[in-house]
Ligand binder design. Sequence first.
Ligand SMILES: Nc1ncnc2c1ncn2[C@@H]1O[C@H](COP(=O)(O)OP(=O)(O)OP(=O)(O)O)[C@@H](O)[C@H]1O
Length: 397
Amino acid sequence: MAWTRGHTLGSGSSATVSLANSLRSGDVFAVKSVELSRSESLQREERILSSLGSPYIVGYKGCDITRENNKLMYNLFIEYMPGGTLGDAIRRGGGQLHESMIGIYARQIVQGLDYIHSRGLVHCDIKGQNVLIGEDGAKIADFGCAKWTNGKDDRKVPIAGTPFFMAPEVARGEDQGYPSDVWALGCTIIEMATGGAPWPNVANAVAALYRIGFSEELPWIPSFLSDQAKDFLSKCLRRDPKERWTASQLLKHPFVGELNPQAKQVQESYSDSPTSILDQNFWSSLEESEKKGSGNYGPFSRVENWTWDDNWVTIRGSTNEESNVRADYMEDEANPVSRSEAVSSSHDVEKVESHGDGEDMEDFLDSKFSCRTCMKDSVKPLFETLHFVSSKSIIIF
Ligand SMILES: Nc1ncnc2c1ncn2[C@@H]1O[C@H](COP(=O)(O)OP(=O)(O)OP(=O)(O)O)[C@@H](O)[C@H]1O
């Protein structure tokens, strides 16, 4: 297919996403691109996405290889989602979404999860940044961390995801299955309601992993939510994965049920509009309705200049090739440094050597946690596989 690349829509750690246009049909779509030499992860995502087909999963449209500026680029074509990420939608709402809207998006995410789980796939990185908003609402995207549970994967896929959204069993490095997606859904609902990460008082990713994995605590459930919403959250956020509801059970919960009258009313008021969800009027009316609904939001009062929280770093298991992609991500565009310089540079990188006897890691953990006697043995297996690149980001080598 002949196509032209338009402006950049966004970039993540593994790829850049641009708007694209088919020269023959004029169709608009999104293209996720990375240099061919670093495209292993994107090619894996292509294999996963091409095997899926659901109104709640971002649509697959093909792939190709191009030569641009003397570089070979691997391109994955996906459905263009004009509303951007769910994180963008939360920002447009001033840092919070109205509960009716949360119910609508939650239902669509649960439908997406129910579909992929029924196919034997765990997403492993559900969060607002990985849910895209289009004409019909929310769809799950970014399958870069996803893994099959039915033996389809040709290699052992390590723990992956975003620390603040990780379920206890994932934070402990034990297991990452369907229930961990459901926990992350609960965290995403908190994100929609508060505009912040779950565990708002936890300083960094390492501390979050420890707290999630080894305390008996649950994320704070916003007190301003309705009893129905709180009950739904309580079914997602159970520390024991066996007690967590499955996606198909959650679909029957009244908070996301088709008969939820409040959600129905909001949905109908949108579909009454002669224009689509893409129209500016839609977003204005949505923002207006959210302003009206913004009553008492407890400790998370509406944030005027809400910004993305840099702590939300994705952990991704990687081959050596992908590790290089990660290292490049750390490069300062104006002043690129090599991978080894990036990892050992002292001004912004706190490195913990994980290949040796772990002494550096011990020092690092000592400096982070005042009391961790119980942690050493229990967390070590997980942390030995991690590199800490600043206190915020984590890489698995
Ligand atoms: N289909 C799409 N339509 C519109 N915008 C998109 C689309 N896909 C991605 N984007 C934008 O591009 C950004 C990066 O996309 P994506 O998260 O898939 O990249 P990534 O490299 O896999 O990210 P991560 O850092 O989570 O691994 C998104 O946050 C979003 O803003």
